[in-house]
Write a protein that binds this ligand. Structure first.
Ligand SMILES: Cc1cc2nc3c(=O)[nH]c(=O)nc-3n(C[C@H](O)[C@H](O)[C@H](O)COP(=O)(O)O)c2cc1C
Length: 142
């Protein structure tokens, strides 16, 4: 069975909600591997046919520094050969620049970034629908 891994960091729940919406969008006979990054390993990325990763903006337009960034750094030695990837996140007082910075890193690692969704703190109805449709799209590309 094909597998999609959805790996995220969240403290206040905004990014976690986006992760759940992406999972809701996944249709068909597909294993959904939904994990907080603390419970994830590189194997969750290597063995999945498609990936979604999420983080809030944290300090200077970066992703979360203590748990998400070290996880992403560990992936730098692996080539991902155009594996489909959705990036998602939430920001507070700035804009969505952090997701573009993150996208550039993930493209360097060989992922094909097929879409992004960022909310400002909590999700709007439009962002819920966008996250669901990205989950659907991700699976169609596997
Ligand atoms: C310690 C800390 C640092 C943050 N740094 C930024 C930042 O640099 N830029 C920004 O736009 N938002 C920043 N935020 C706001 C979060 O990105 C925002 O609240 C987000 O919705 C949190 O996601 P979560 O609810 O999934 O934890 C920060 C929040 C905290 C608690």
């Amino acid at each position: 069975m094909k597998k999609v891994s959805i790996i995220y960091w969240s403290n206040g729940g905004n990014v976690e909600l986006l992760a759940n919406c992406i999972a809701e969008g996944v249709e068909g006979e597909v294993e959904i591997n939904l994990k907080h990054v603390n419970d994830a390993s590189e194997e969750d990325v290597i063995t999945a046919d498609a990936i979604a990763m999420g983080s809030p903006a944290m300090v200077d337009d970066g992703i979360e520094q203590l748990e998400m960034k070290p996880f992403i750094d560990k992936l730098s030695t692996i080539r991902f050969n155009n594996k489909p990837l959705v990036l998602f996140g939430s920001c507070g007082w700035r804009d969505d620049k952090f997701i573009y910075n993150w996208e550039s890193v993930m493209k360097d690692y060989g992922f094909e970034v097929i879409g992004k969704v960022v909310c400002k703190e909590s999700l709007t109805g439009e962002e819920v629908e966008k996250a669901k449709s990205l989950g659907k799209e991700l699976v169609n590309l596997m």
